[in-house]
Design a protein around this ligand. Structure first.
Ligand SMILES: Nc1ncnc2c1ncn2[C@@H]1O[C@H](COP(=O)(O)OP(=O)(O)OP(=O)(O)O)[C@@H](O)[C@H]1O
Ligand SMILES: [Mg+2]
Length: 463
């Protein structure tokens, strides 16, 4: 059994999925003692009531998304000296246009196979192997000294986590909106997260991918560390999932496919993500995913031992304190797909993390009968203890996951270009700092920007 020191906070928000829960969400608080950090959060009501209807199955039609805008957004260069939030090209569409685009809706079936939507049977190639464009090569970015607190007007809290709080902010220079993650240095040190926090910055500085958050820069004052990211307006996939209870098969497949491309990219750079869960998956204004929270991401070419993650999503080799490799992310992908399809995680057990760990080590998963047989097959191949059997960890690597029959109709090249309509377009007014899709949290009371003694300055030299 693991000690609890490096595990993330309990998944605080209730999972019963009723609309009421989302009108008055539980406000997560930073737990003081590491020993209280890891409570589970799920509640497997849906298993006993598999027929519960879902928001995600409501048959509404999603209007077309503006993919050219999304493509333009990816052209700006983050975290380098040549492009700053102030200089970022204007890419937001007008509020009127975005209101038309962003009707609240979820398509029941994303796009039937063989239509022109791009979500279609993958053309057979030599040996049936999947080919996608190689990930873009990026240079390490240098940002030191780029921003400071006075560049931004801090607005409401968008989210809180075990180690940080994320604010919506507005740039005083270009009036655009960003998300700034604020970490208290003393807390980071107390929780022994110095290395992880420096890794978070370094890993985010290395990556550039359509489904990963963009870090524009970092700075610090005597008390806090600050990371300036894109503001991803559509809220957490977690909130959408809890409102929907569970996703229809094609909806879960769409999100899982975008995550798969992101993991494929991270692993190609020898980066393990280690904290896959719906709270860390944000929806952009068009409904595509952005993975945020690189707090446990780390460059690991081979094997590592650090115990970290979120209880429900931990692979058994992590729970058992064995050495582990990238394949823990494929296990977590299995847990994520299961949670999206069922509305609860497979090893959840009455609220006790210890019970979850026992269940993970036992490895018995009860699959509800409504899971599609292809999804079931994939889940069994991801949520397996046997590392010689776990998909993603075999000879074909992530291509084995992408070539699995559950993903048969995914056109990966088009998905990568966001050329496939998302199943749900968040009802946000784009570009105006609309945080309506995020839960409300009590605000921070301690003033930012304090000067004075900083006993931890040397620990965070990169910020
Ligand atoms: N770029 C962003 N745009 C909008 N919201 C964001 C962004 N990044 C993070 N958030 C929100 O803030 C929350 C907390 O951020 P993050 O996950 O990075 O913190 P954490 O302390 O590492 O979290 P945890 O311990 O819960 O995993 C996220 O779940 C999300 O709701
Ligand atoms: Mg998080």
């Amino acid at each position: 059994m693991p000690s609890l020191g490096f595990l993330k906070k309990k998944r605080t928000k209730d999972s019963s999925g009723s609309a009421k829960d989302f009108e008055s969400p539980t406000s997560p608080t930073i737990t003081k003692e590491p020993s209280q950090l890891s409570q589970p959060r799920s509640n497997p009501d849906a298993l006993s009531n598999p027929a519960t209807s879902t928001t995600a199955s409501a048959s509404a039609v999603t209007s077309d998304t503006n993919n050219s805008t999304a493509a333009q957004q990816n052209t700006a260069e983050p975290m380098n000296t040549a492009a700053t939030p102030q200089q970022q090209p204007q890419t937001y569409s007008s509020p009127e246009a975005s209101q038309q685009q962003n009707q609240p809706s979820i398509q029941n079936v994303i796009n039937p196979p063989n239509n022109d939507s791009g979500y279609r049977a993958t053309p057979a190639r030599d040996g049936d192997a999947m080919q996608i464009s190689p990930p873009p090569q990026v240079q390490a970015r240098v940002t030191k000294g780029k921003y400071s607190l006075v560049d931004f007007q801090i607005q409401r809290t968008l989210g809180t986590g075990s180690f940080g709080r994320v604010h919506l902010v507005q740039s005083k220079h270009n009036q655009r909106f960003y998300a700034v993650k604020v970490l208290k240095k003393a807390q980071v040190v107390k929780m022994k997260q110095v290395e992880h926090t420096n890794d978070e910055r370094r890993m985010l500085g290395r990556v550039k991918h359509p489904f990963l958050i963009t870090l524009w820069g970092t700075f610090q004052d005597s008390k806090n560390l600050y990371m300036v990211m894109d503001f991803v307006e559509g809220g957490e996939l977690f909130s959408l999932l809890r409102k929907s209870q569970r996703f229809p098969n094609p909806v879960a497949k769409f999100y899982a496919a975008e995550v798969t491309l992101a993991l494929d990219y991270l692993h190609s750079m020898d980066i393990i993500y280690r904290d896959l869960k719906p709270e860390n998956l944000l929806l952009d204004r068009h409904g595509h995913l952005k993975i945020t929270d690189f707090g446990f991401a780390k460059e690991v070419p081979d094997i590592t031992w650090t115990l970290c993650g979120t209880p429900d999503y931990l692979a058994p080799e992590v729970v058992a304190s064995k050495g582990y490799n990238k394949s823990v992310d494929w296990w977590s992908l299995g847990i994520l797909i299961f949670e999206m399809l069922c509305g609860f995680t497979p090893f959840w057990d009455g609220g006790s993390p210890m019970k979850i760990y026992e269940n993970i080590l036992k490895g018995r998963v009860k699959y509800p009968p409504y899971i599609h047989h292809d999804a079931l097959d994939l889940l069994q191949k991801l949520i397996t203890h046997d590392l010689t059997q776990r998909l993603g960890n075999l000879h074909g690597g992530s291509k084995d996951v992408m070539n699995h029959p559950w993903f048969a109709e995914v056109t990966w090249e088009r998905l990568m270009k966001k050329d496939i309509d998302a199943p749900y377009v968040p009802p946000v007014r784009a570009g105006v700092g609309d945080a309506s899709q995020f839960d409300k949290y009590p605000e921070e009371t301690e003033a930012y920007g304090q000067t004075g003694d900083d006993p931890h300055e040397r620990l965070f030299g990169d910020f």
